[in-house]
Design a binder for this molecule. Structure first.
Ligand SMILES: C[S@@+](CC[C@H](N)C(=O)[O-])C[C@H]1O[C@@H](n2cnc3c(N)ncnc32)[C@H](O)[C@@H]1O
Length: 357
């Protein structure tokens, strides 16, 4: 007899609903992209083989990206999302190199009136849920980087009750602040006996100035980082003294503009597929800059149209990714091939000009 408190085990889906491991794949010298379910695929990646896992997971059921039962956005509740996501985090804890990090781009989510269990409106601490799953699967909480987003833009996009001037006047107990995004960072510590696998990430002081580190150490990422990927010392870089202050609300996202996404490139190509929720390139590049060495392997299990891969290749890193939606996969493969060509050309110029990173 099962215990009365034993969890009910859901019936397995019919075999024909389970997608094959790899539906399609594309690759270049420094990248591999697979049209596959990230969990099944990750089970085949070797232990300790990835230097940084950086990605945006589906934000629970905010968007459903495909009809596949393997789509992690295809879930009824946050609890169901985390039940599925946990399997990926478990594999990640095995695949990541000891002493290295995973950085995930998330935000908290909203309960609209009558969508929560008790019918009240409010916020769902999705970022905390991600931390809980990572801790339970063996990661240590490393840091939370806040990415500034303009509350006036959020109000105009969502008309959120808690951000309205009218609410402020009528009953400010309903008012809240605008919702930032976060880069949640978790560490895989080396276990005893794994010391030889640890490879420090180094930023030699003759190549990276103190001001660069002070900029990256800011808890709210806010600098004008358009030129992040230019070599240090390049005259085209913005002098580090010119750190922007946060702009006044209503002036837009300013410092890390949320429009720095591959969709902007897509907008120029009418045949291309836009992504519902691409990861901003400048956030991704900052994380890669901070947490990897040149030549390291960067992994995105939810690769979308390839933002993390394009960022990695543009900075001289290798990339492996999986994406379930075939249209996004094809678009991602195209962007990666284009970036690989452009960055190979860039590396040649770096060599010719004696770039130091
Ligand atoms: C927040 S988006 C990531 C977008 C990506 N960072 C980019 O910039 O294009 C989440 C992605 O996860 C994909 N996805 C959902 N479930 C998946 C799964 N089980 N395996 C692989 N990809 C999945 C979705 O199709 C979607 O493209």
């Amino acid at each position: 007899m099962p215990r009365p408190d034993a969890p009910t085990i859901p019936a397995a889906p019919p075999a024909e609903d389970i997608p094959p491991l790899v539906l399609d794949q594309a690759s270049g010298d420094a990248w591999n992209l697979y049209n596959a379910d990230c969990v099944s695929f990750a089970r085949n990646l070797p232990d300790n083989s990835v230097d940084l896992a950086v990605y945006s997971p589906p934000f629970s059921n905010l968007y459903v990206y495909s009809e596949s039962i393997a789509d992690h956005g295809n879930c009824a509740s946050d609890a169901e999302f985390f039940d599925h996501y946990r399997y990926l985090v478990r594999e990640k804890a095995r695949i990541l190199r000891p002493g290295r990090l995973t950085a995930i781009h998330v935000k908290d989510l909203v309960y609209y009136q009558n969508s929560s269990e008790d019918g009240s409106a409010g916020l769902r601490a999705f970022s905390d849920g991600c931390t809980r799953v990572h801790l339970e699967e063996g990661f240590a909480f490393h840091c939370r980087i806040t990415i500034y987003r303009d509350p006036v833009l959020e109000r105009s996009k969502t008309n959120a009750h808690g951000l309205l001037w009218k609410t402020f006047q009528g009953d400010a107990s309903f008012c809240r602040v605008g919702m930032p995004e976060y880069l949640m960072v978790y560490r895989k510590w080396a276990k005893p006996g794994e010391e030889s696998l640890v490879r420090p990430v180094t930023h030699p002081k003759d190549k990276v100035p103190l001001t660069r580190w002070q900029d990256l150490a800011t808890p709210v990422w806010r600098t004008n980082d358009i030129d992040l990927w230019l070599p240090y010392g390049d005259p085209r870089r913005t002098p580090h003294a010119q750190v922007w202050n946060l702009r006044d609300p209503g002036q837009g996202d300013a410092d890390l503009p949320s429009t720095d996404v591959l969709n902007v490139a897509i907008a120029k190509d009418e045949r291309a597929e836009r992504h519902l929720c691409p990861m901003p390139l400048n956030i991704t590049k900052r994380a890669i800059d901070l947490y990897t060495n040149r030549g390291d392997v960067v992994w995105s299990p939810y690769a979308g149209i390839g933002s993390e891969g394009v960022s990695a290749l543009s900075m001289g890193r290798k990339f492996v990714g999986t994406e379930l939606n075939p249209t996004y996969f094809r678009q991602g493969a195209k962007f990666l091939a284009e970036e690989a060509q452009a960055s190979a050309y860039g590396s040649l110029l770096d060599l010719m000009e004696g770039a130091s990173w």
